[in-house]
Write a protein that binds this ligand. Structure first.
Ligand code: SF4
Length: 221
């Protein structure tokens, strides 16, 4: 089933959703956003990648910045930081360009590579949008990390594609229900830009003090 355009969700929400479902809901359902040093760094890096002087050609490589993408199958829309088009025999035709070109999405991230698969899933979703829009197959793309200034190649395997489909399906379900999951503090909270808003520590303290109060009440009985 294809989604209607008005039901498309933001593609970038995949990384939030896989990091923490509550963070995704606060940002995408409740529209809350707290800027901290992490998000500002990330935005500056994205602004550099999103310089609208857009298409640059160097030989058999054409780079396009801030390319808007969407998928009716996934019900997503968003923007790719950079899509490189590599000139190759098994590529696709592009308007006003000679030869055949294969798209290769590149996503810029602040910091260093993460343990989780959220960045790879976001990139894979971009590739799946490009495949649907351009009728082609994209085998891989790359994540560029600001901290070590290195590119990591990401293969768009069937299991990564399945993760994207499952995640997006769940995002649509929560969005339709308008449901914000409850706080479950984890190590990820330390790096979360919404922690002041979400107050996991406070809730933790409440539960500890509640626990102590209960213990004391138990002793008094
Ligand atoms: S502070 Fe923790 S629980 Fe709250 S949104 Fe962030 S990661 Fe999720």
């Amino acid at each position: 089933m294809d989604y209607k355009e008005e039901d498309y969700l933001q593609l970038s929400g995949i990384q939030h959703f896989l990091f923490c479902r509550r963070q995704w809901a606060l940002i995408h359902l409740e529209q809350q956003w707290v800027e901290n040093v992490h998000t500002i760094d990330g935005m500056l890096m994205h602004e550099r990648a999103h310089d609208p002087d857009a298409a640059v050609r160097r030989g058999d490589l054409l780079s396009v910045r801030a390319l808007k993408v969407h998928s009716a199958k996934l019900g997503l829309s968003g923007e790719c930081d950079v899509v490189e088009f590599h000139r190759t025999l098994d590529g696709i035709e592009l308007a006003k360009r000679e030869g055949l070109w294969l798209p290769y999405p590149v996503e810029y991230k602040k910091g260093k590579p993460k343990q989780g698969s959220e960045d790879a899933a976001q990139l894979c979703a971009q590739a799946m949008c490009l495949e649907e829009m351009l009728c082609c197959d994209i085998a891989e793309g790359a994540l560029f990390y600001g901290e070590n200034r290195r590119r990591e190649v990401v293969a768009f395997t069937s299991s990564l594609r399945e993760l994207v489909r499952d995640t997006v399906r769940e995002m649509h379900t929560l969005f339709e229900r308008g449901y914000t999951p409850k706080v479950k503090p984890t190590k990820a909270c330390n790096a979360c830009s919404l922690k002041e808003l979400c107050v996991p520590k406070l809730l933790k303290q409440q539960s500890v003090s509640g626990y102590l109060r209960k213990e004391m009440e138990g002793e008094a009985e």
